[in-house]
Design a protein around this ligand. Structure first.
Ligand code: FAD
Length: 391
């Protein structure tokens, strides 16, 4: 039977339906038996467990959000809890789905034509086609709304893409990458479904990452890549369209930050109940209980915020600044929480055998990707004051 997480102190999960709880239970069982036992080894070796692609697809996780592919009608709140189950096991696992379902399928769902949706979403939900999302560039990260250098030039029935991308998740093994490029004709950002087998496209793994080591990030080069007009995302015609995709995925990252906090917290609660110092378990010492209680407070406040942002998404009233505040707030609370939880382990807190350091390190990537804290803060600042302070 489905047991609510102890970290869900106020029982938010109880609002889910039995069907949703059944789905979460099957996912939890799969992750506990197939993925949890191998994550530290893969993290240490910086390898992605490719069996995850089929495993999550078979459970229906990859297509959950989209009408064409979902196993049953479900809410953004429920998908938040799916992110919790994934991320409390490992942040690279939730990032894989964040890229496949949220960013890559999300771009096609939000900006694709009916034909493009029907053509790609089912194949991506089944794991047959893996996607990546190429927005960031070597010279343009936070300023990608205006600073993209990658260009798209219309040439008859085709587009010619030139430029480079950096940090692109899943991109060492993706079958397609959504490439965002500036149209030379009108200087607007447009989106393209680029099959990675296309001549002139190449991806190289970024080595030596100390955060999200299991996620395969790549540098991409586009050298006169020819893309048929049929693969230009029909409704991706300015950065406002890119932002529609990010509005949903930033809320997903907010949930991912809570999941990472919960992963570290669960490890810390267990360790505090086992490790004995001064003749009693360290969890019996007041100052350790203080760290656990503060962590639970951060998790609870962040969960409440995520629940509301996703409800607003379900109600169709969520704006960019709602996702931005949730992302900035929960990732900041996560950074405190994983540090407090790591502290509870003493020396053992810095070897991956005890899990907590993996959450601690992975938190840094979540803090910076999908808009840094500063960028998301400026989106909120613009909403508060009416003045954009980015430039
Ligand atoms: P910069 O933009 O160079 O920023 C550096 C610092 O300056 C930051 O602290 C920033 O907040 C600050 N700063 C910049 N401008 C201002 C300002 N106006 N005011 C105040 N402070 C400012 N991108 C993709 O497209 N697809 C992916 O799949 C993807 N996956 C990623 C996975 C990982 C593990 C990582 C680390 C990144 C990934 N990214 C991806 C890129 C990510 O979105 C960028 O790293 C992020 O947007 C920040 O850009 P940057 O790294 O270029 O930092």
């Amino acid at each position: 039977s489905f047991d609510s997480l102890a970290a869900d102190f106020y029982g938010f999960e109880n609002t889910l339906t039995d069907e949703e709880k059944g789905f979460l239970l099957r996912l939890r069982e799969y992750l506990d038996s197939e993925i949890r036992p191998i994550v530290n080894d893969h993290w240490n070796r910086a390898e992605f467990p490719t069996q995850l692609i089929r495993g999550l697809a078979d459970l229906g996780v990859a297509g959950l959000a989209w009408e064409e592919t979902r196993p049953f009608e479900n809410s953004a709140v429920f998908r938040g809890w799916v992110a919790i189950e994934l991320g409390r096991v490992d942040a690279s696992v939730s990032t894989y789905i964040g890229v496949q379902n949220g960013l890559a399928m999300g771009s096609i769902a939000a900006c694709g034509s009916a034909e493009q949706r029907a053509d790609w979403l089912p194949r991506m939900a089944s794991g047959e086609v893996v996607g990546a999302f190429g927005l960031t560039e070597p010279l343009s990260g936070s300023d990608s709304a205006q600073g993209l250098r990658t260009t798209a030039r219309r040439d008859g029935d085709n587009w010619i893409l030139n430029g480079s991308k950096r940090w692109i998740g899943n991109a060492t093994f993706s079958d397609i990458t959504i490439i965002w490029a500036k149209d030379e004709a009108d200087n607007q950002v447009k989106g393209f479904i680029v099959p990675t087998s296309t001549a002139g496209y190449s991806a190289t793994k970024i080595e030596n990452k100390q955060s999200l080591r299991m996620v395969q990030n790549a540098d991409i080069t586009l050298d006169n890549v020819v893309v048929p007009d049929a693969l230009k995302l029909a409704d991706a015609n300015s950065f406002k369209d890119t932002a529609r995709v990010l509005r949903a995925t930033r809320a997903d990252v907010a949930w991912g930050a809570v999941a990472t906090s919960i992963g570290a917290y669960e490890a810390a609660v267990k360790y505090a109940g086992e490790r004995v110092q001064f003749g009693k378990t360290i969890g019996s010492h007041q100052l350790v209980q203080d760290l656990l209680a503060k962590s639970l407070g951060n998790i609870t406040a962040s969960l409440a915020l995520c629940m509301r942002v996703s409800q607003m998404q379900d109600e169709g009233i969520q704006r960019d600044e709602h996702s931005a505040l949730a992302k900035a707030f929960t990732t900041s609370r996560m950074r405190e929480t994983v540090a407090w939880c790591r502290e509870i382990f003493g020396g053992n807190g810095i070897v991956t055998d005890y899990d907590v350091i993996r959450f601690f390190m992975d938190a840094e990537a979540l803090y910076s990707y999908e808009g840094t804290r500063e960028m998301n803060t400026l989106i909120v600042g613009r909403a508060i004051t009416g003045t954009a302070a980015f430039v």
